[in-house]
Write a protein that binds this ligand. Structure first.
Ligand code: ZN
Length: 118
């Protein structure tokens, strides 16, 4: 099998979100909300509110998934998904240039413009 790239991992996370398990979903939410928080003022107060609303977590096991950074985290998730659901993920490669299309249902290549609408 070809190596998993961050691009492929992103594609899986974006289009096969339902295949993430609960701890992975929480970790993903954690990452997105903490990114947003870092851009806002009153970080400390907001962090408390976010924790209360469960937009953030303080569970060490969940947080540990993000220890090696977001890219490694999505590579881990995508690798697990491919192992657990090898038949569910469709990599939509362009027939002309071989690159990965933007979505599993795309019918036009964003790189070379090749169009496979019937
Ligand atoms: Zn192409």
């Amino acid at each position: 099998m070809e190596p998993l790239t961050p691009e492929k991992a992103n594609y899986i996370i974006a289009h096969y979100m339902q295949l993430l398990n609960e701890p992975e979903k929480i970790a993903l939410k954690q990452h997105r909300h903490s990114l947003k928080l870092s851009e806002l003022p009153d970080g400390e107060l907001r962090t408390k509110i976010y924790l209360r609303n469960q937009w953030l977590t303080d569970e060490p096991e969940i947080l540990a998934q993000l220890d090696e950074g977001y890219v490694q985290f999505i590579l881990n998730c995508a690798g697990r998904i491919l192992k657990d659901y090898p038949d569910e993920v469709f990599f939509n490669y362009c027939a002309k240039c071989g690159k990965l299309a933007r979505t599993p249902r795309a019918k036009q290549c964003r790189f070379c413009g090749y169009d496979w609408h019937e």
